[in-house]
Design a binder for this molecule. Structure first.
Ligand code: FAD
Length: 386
């Protein structure tokens, strides 16, 4: 295939789709990036949600590759340690590493918008907001997108990537293909989550130690908090969806108040209306996605959460998706634009890594919610770090 003749479609302009678009355009490909939602820089699509994420080395490496590491670092907060809060409000601090090693708290919306703005500057990229992939012919690569104003619109290309997240339409359409051997699973975890907020002090400062990831480990459930640059913390409560102490069982203001008083003594006065938030918010599910293959007909590939959605307990979902992009981009250069070999090598290299990190993330719930509150475990970790 002539490199200049190749048009690439990416479904999904989340962090992974946006970064992938930039990397491919920088290698000379024409990229059409389709996003089902409106442009978040112009419309409030997050409905008050302020998800923040931990960015670690594998994520930074990919961002540095497109030269946006420094810009993103300006809006990120280094977290040098985890701070565990016990039921009495006593704190234990455990560094993440040595020599100021840190993971970084970034806003998901912020990093996504920065990557979309970067993509917009690339002459070879066209971004189409409010275009939801609805149909795809895996042979001709004719794709149909539903739009608000123009109904279904058709777009043709030579290659297509599904970067459309946990419930990927590309993946679901691939699963319906005849004569393909596709193994797939989507597993719901017992836990769901809601987000809560700790607002800044009146002077804009943080109400708890700023450069830390805070954890209230309570074995079967936990609360965590990551700092934001405006002085607030975004907190996430992970709790079983059903069972004895769960989103379903805590069904009155009295029960929820008692739950917070018993378990999150020191957080309770800091949180903004946690009981109201708990009662009014629908808890979001957590899912694991496995699929093989990641590549169909040598011209459709899955990337990011579409290929390997995982639980957030290892803080690696987006980092891992960014690593997919970096590795893919390196393979494009190595295989000189031969997409059959690029996609085969991408799948060979990334699928085992995706599986491994899904498993590690799942296991890390026990470390975060249980072991991190265990004094023997903390002592062992501290000794290991010396
Ligand atoms: P998404 O972010 O899901 O983006 C997919 C995009 O595709 C969306 O914009 C969506 O609107 C669009 N789309 C969907 N369907 C279509 C369609 N049919 N047509 C067109 N567009 C479509 N990761 C970390 O690395 N560190 C963390 O600390 C971390 N913490 C997390 C905490 C929580 C509570 C959760 C839920 C996740 C966390 N993650 C974390 C995971 C991280 O959010 C995801 O891995 C990351 O967002 C995946 O990016 P993506 O671009 O692959 O998918």
């Amino acid at each position: 295939m002539d490199k200049q003749m190749e048009n690439i479609t990416i479904a999904g302009a989340g962090p992974v789709g946006a970064l992938l678009a930039v990397m491919l355009a920088r290698q000379g490909y024409r990229v059409d990036l389709f996003e089902s939602r409106a442009d978040s820089r112009k419309a409030n699509i997050y409905q008050g949600k302020s998800i923040n994420l931990a960015l670690s080395d594998r994520g930074w490496l990919a961002l540095e590759a497109v030269g946006v590491g420094d810009t993103i670092r300006e809006h990120a907060i280094p977290m040098y340690c985890r701070v565990m809060h016990d039921t009495q409000g006593q704190l234990t601090r455990l560094p993440y590493g040595q020599d100021e090693q840190a993971i970084w708290s970034v806003s998901r919306a912020g990093i996504n918008e920065q990557l979309i703005s970067l993509a917009e500057q690339e002459p070879l990229i066209n971004i189409h907001f409010e275009h939801r992939l609805a149909e795809l012919d895996f042979d001709s690569l004719e794709a149909r997108f539903s739009t608000k104003d123009s109904g279904l619109v058709t777009h043709n290309s030579d290659l297509l990537f599904g970067a459309d997240g946990t419930f990927s339409k590309v993946r679901r359409l691939a699963q319906e293909l005849p004569r393909q051997r596709i193994s797939h699973s989507l597993e719901y975890m017992p836990q769901s989550y809601i987000e809560l907020t700790i607002e800044p002090n009146a002077d804009g400062s943080h109400k708890m130690e700023k450069n830390a990831l805070h954890i209230w480990p309570r074995k079967a459930f936990m609360l965590i908090a990551l700092p934001n640059t405006d002085g607030s913390f975004t907190c996430t409560l992970f709790l079983d969806q059903e069972g004895d102490t769960s989103f379903e069982s805590l069904d009155s203001e009295e029960k929820v108040t008692a739950f917070f008083e018993q378990n999150f003594t020191d957080a309770l006065p800091l949180l903004s209306n946690p009981v109201d938030a708990f009662m009014s918010k629908a808890a979001s599910p957590l899912c694991l996605v496995h699929i093989y293959p990641w590549v169909f007909n040598n011209k459709v590939g899955l990337i990011g959460d579409a290929a390997h959605a995982m639980v957030p307990f290892y803080g690696q979902g987006m980092n891992c998706g960014f690593e997919d992009c970096r590795v893919l981009s390196e393979l494009v250069a190595q295989h000189e634009g031969n997409w059959e070999s690029i996609l085969a090598a991408y799948q060979r290299e990334r699928k085992p890594n995706g599986d491994a990190i899904i498993e590690l993330a799942k296991r890390n719930f026990v470390e975060m919610s249980d072991l991190s509150g265990d004094s023997n475990f903390l002592l062992r970790k501290k000794i290991e770090q010396q």
